[in-house]
Design a protein around this ligand. Sequence first.
Ligand code: CUA
Length: 342
Amino acid sequence: MSELLNNILFLPEAASTFAERVDFLHHFVVLTTMVSSAGVGLAALFMFFRFRRRLPAQATEYVVPTLKTEFLFVSVPLVFFLAWFGIGFRDFTWVTTPPKDSMDVYVMGKQWMWKFAYPEGPNGVNVLHVPANRPVRLLITSRDVLHSFYVPAFRIKQDALPGRYTQIWFEATKPGTYQVLCTEYCGLSHSKMLAEVVVLPQEEFDTWIKDQRRGRLQDRQDALADTSLVPPVARMVEQGQVLAGTEGCLKCHSVDGSKHIGPTFLGLYDRVEKLEDGQDIRVDEAYITQSMMDPGAHLVAGYQNVMPTYQGKLQGPETAAIVEYIKSLRTPNVREGASEGP
Ligand code: CUA
């Protein structure tokens, strides 16, 4: 039924749980709009004929609307507008809140390709493999200019911003290959900035990712037999926690709030830091990323500038994973508290 409707309305195939929601709202809006415009059109036609000019000329009745009819004209559309808004708001909140058990994939747009990376690998270009019927969260960023990650069949679209991470999630409902487009004009080959999502049944996906990892590690004999690679780490925050240890972050940064060589990671994200030149700066993704790549860029008052650069040492996905880890250590802030108000 909904597939037939999609064909009539020229909608692309619906292949995610979110697509069903978007289509429902779309159909509901189109249907109510069509019915009401037909009503208005028919009423107009009726008026044309009913009150057309007749001979001998006679003045048409002057209609004064009663309070009751005015109320009807205002309240009926209002109910529909509120219903659209309600459904839209519910779905918007839904798609911007990834489920806790979702699998993370790092997505980076660059002129003019899409790069994908899974926590602990593999990395790929222009083809994103995901399992069916499993929530997948995309952590999206850009290396150069604005891009936008759009999968019509999933009805998801999210901007990719340089220096920031945005997120969106989806759950693919059927195996297949789906088109990815860039929907933010980003230069000469914007129209060719295409990729595809390959949705595999869970078992096939597991085999795929296992093979990929094995391929990456084939020069290390022991890796072939290493079953600890499976099940893989699915969340970037876990990968970030591991990296913070292996890359030496935790030698200078504590995670329990105590002051060490560098500022503690606990509650670092979203905090306002006082710089040596007296300026205030809010710790966001861009700040953390820059601090890793160019530690001298911001000199925080009260700390020595001894941090080494991680430029070239950390790949994009690893940097994002560490940022995710630091974000996970944020303290509930005032803004969140405020949203609980009346
Ligand atoms: Cu990237 Cu348009």
